[in-house]
Design a protein around this ligand. Structure first.
Ligand code: SAM
Ligand code: SF4
Length: 355
């Protein structure tokens, strides 16, 4: 009898053990970014400035049950961290009920959400009650007029209100993401750092990237990490901490006076493709293996044609095992040899694939 119990326990542990799939460069899949909608109430000039866009048909958008099922399968394949994003995730109705489904998933170590903050004041309480613990809010300037110009529709006061609502509900950490664009908001870096230090937020600056095709990116608009760092370091001495878990997109720095930290994401000038363990799921159920991909792999059809968990897992494993993306590394090589033309590479818009 005890022998039989032992075999059953072994079988059970085998069924629940993780098979960590690796791609062609040996990179595991650890981080899943789920776009819950391609809709957005802003039109940020660096992301998706177009008024007209071919939105995903509502019937094609994954239900929360479908998303949760895929999340569970990804976790079995090695995913430990999930970020909800979009488009603007808070425009998806009842987003908190997705958080309720995801937050207790066995094996999930970290669940977070990236938002433009415009609806955060309304949603912070429900999100916290649903099990979300931390949040990233995009905020590129503290100047209301510039904010309106950069987002084309946004109201800065709503975002600030959302940030403080999140703080009062105990979200921790609250990170502020700012994309730095030359000639637009490179003069806002210190104000943003000050604001974060004063209020206990973590600042995170992101090099302007050539995501999608509609933002008309050029390398002249890029402010390299080195320059952002020098600007901050001149005002507040910094000490490098490094990348969280060795593979996070941001390199973290702490202020020498102990008052907080700042991260810089340098996808263009210091690509981190060699450790990239991020998969993306679009709102219509496509698995995308790189932020700069032009194609996705259809999981929605499998979900909706009665495929079993094993069949779906096998499909995901096959896609990941063939993965060889290193777009940012190739872009840097091309930029250095002056042969890079972003228009030659058609990419999925960030608003569709999830930033
Ligand atoms: C696509 S948004 C989606 C989530 C949410 N709407 C928001 O703005 O936070 C995710 C992140 O991508 C960043 N992002 C968008 N376009 C970018 C670009 N061209 N270069 C660098 N980061 C970009 C945004 O600033 C934001 O922090
Ligand atoms: S998805 Fe986020 S970054 Fe893109 S336009 Fe909307 S708010 Fe701006």
């Amino acid at each position: 009898m005890s022998n039989q119990n032992g075999s059953l326990a072994r079988l059970d542990s085998l069924m629940h053990s993780k098979f960590v799939v690796r791609d062609l460069y040996g990179r595991p899949v650890k981080d899943l970014r789920i776009s819950v909608t391609d809709r957005c109430n802003f039109r940020c000039t660096y992301c998706m400035p177009l008024d007209e866009y071919e939105w995903i048909d509502k019937r094609e958008i994954l239900t929360f049950e479908e998303i949760a099922r895929l999340a569970r399968l990804f976790i079995r394949l090695g995913v430990e961290k999930i970020r909800l994003t979009g488009g603007e995730p808070l425009v998806r109705r009842d987003i908190e009920s997705l958080v309720v489904k995801l937050s207790p998933l066995d094996g999930l170590k970290d669940l977070c959400l990236t938002t433009n903050g415009s609806l955060l004041a309304e949603k912070a309480s429900a999100l916290k009650a649903a099990g979300l613990r931390r949040i990233n809010v995009s905020l590129d300037t503290l100047d209301p007029d510039k904010f309106r110009r950069m987002t084309k529709r946004g109201d800065l006061s709503k975002v600030i209100e959302g940030l403080f609502a999140a703080k009062s509900h105990g979200f921790d950490p609250i990170k502020i993401n700012a994309v730095v664009e030359r000639g637009v908001n490179d003069d806002d870096v210190i104000d943003l750092v000050d604001f974060c230090r004063e209020n206990g937020f973590a600042a995170r600056f992101i090099e302007y990237m050539d995501v999608g095709n509609s933002n008309n990116w050029t390398s002249e608009k890029l402010v390299p990490k080195k320059e952002i760092l020098e600007k901050i370091n001149k005002r507040f001495a910094l000490r490098e901490v490094g990348r969280e878990n060795g593979s996070a997109p941001a390199v973290d720095y702490e202020f020498a006076d102990g008052r907080g930290e700042v991260g810089i994401v340098a996808s263009v000038t210091e690509p981190f493709c060699s450790t990239c363990n991020r998969a993306r799921l679009t709102a219509d159920g496509k698995l995308v293996t790189c932020l700069f991909s032009s194609v996705g792999h259809d999981l929605k059809s499998l979900l909706r044609n009665g495929s079993t968990d094993e069949e779906i897992s096998r499909f995901i494993t096959g896609v990941w095992a063939r993965r060889k993306d290193r777009y940012s590394a190739e872009r840097l090589e091309a930029l250095l040899s002056s042969s890079y033309d972003p228009r030659q590479h058609k990419k999925i818009e960030m608003i569709t694939l999830g930033g």
